[in-house]
Design a protein around this ligand. Structure first.
Ligand code: ZN
Length: 246
């Protein structure tokens, strides 16, 4: 009997080069004789580069389901993780539905951001583009460029049209002197309403409760609630004796 230990040329090449995307071999474009098309991995790679540029890439990647600790944690924390993992597992199907989003509201310290980022990381691993929007920072940026209409439209359209938008800390710092900042609301309405009409998912975290969200602005709040129906966790009054892994 002859044992074959040698590899074919192709097998050797395969072993030497491990591409993140085997479809385009990390070129991000699919090139054939007649056309050049962006590969499905391209959007994800663009968003990864944005994270790297802003210096939060590593911190972002560290937030996974694996290190979202549910040991001896209240049932709501355990269920939130379960819901988040189920959302990722069924995403292809869910993304076709009207209620294709997921939201975590309430209590500071419940690691809502961790859970949202874990979802984003898992989706990105599957080459689904998730754009990370740190609410306060991005809203400030958008307000700064509002006088340059063309630039503003280009900037806001990123958040309107990305495959999945993750909004971290929605409405943080919205209240100024106990008054809701109307410009913030208008910008958010433009983004949320567009995504709502186009059926584009959002992953939302906010320290505010659902009723507060509606109180701030019913149009924005009710759309997010409708988009996330069945996949909303509201953390409230949980005994958080020890800090959760964040
Ligand atoms: Zn590719």
């Amino acid at each position: 009997m002859i044992r074959q230990n040698s590899f074919t040329k192709e097998e050797v090449a395969e072993k030497e080069v491990k591409y993140q995307c085997s479809i385009c071999q990390d070129r991000e474009y699919i090139i054939d004789r007649h056309s050049v098309k962006p590969c499905r991995c391209r959007e994800t790679k663009i968003y990864q580069r944005i994270l790297q540029k802003s210096g939060i890439s590593e911190a972002f990647q560290r937030k996974t389901f694996k290190n979202y600790d549910t040991n001896k944690k209240p049932l709501i924390i355990i269920n939130a993780k379960k819901m988040a993992m189920e959302y990722v597992a069924a995403f292809q199907k869910i993304s076709q539905q009207k209620n294709n989003s997921i939201a975590f509201f309430g209590q500071v310290g419940a690691a809502k951001t961790h859970l949202s980022i874990a979802i984003a990381n898992e989706l990105m691993r599957r080459n689904i583009g998730v754009l990370y929007m740190q609410y306060r920072e991005i809203i400030t940026h958008l307000k700064q460029c509002i006088i340059d209409e063309e630039y503003y439209q280009r900037e806001i359209s990123k958040y309107k049209t990305c495959s999945v938008l993750m909004i971290d800390d929605l409405f943080k710092g919205l209240l100024k002197k106990n008054k809701v900042n109307d410009t913030d609301i208008n910008i958010m309405f433009e983004i949320i309403n567009y995504r709502y009409l186009k059926g584009l998912p959002v992953i939302v975290s906010s320290e505010y409760a659902v009723d507060k969200l509606l109180e701030f602005d019913e149009a924005v709040g009710s759309r997010i609630i409708e988009m996330s129906r069945g996949k909303i966790v509201e953390f409230e009054g949980i005994e958080l004796n020890h800090r959760l892994v964040i």
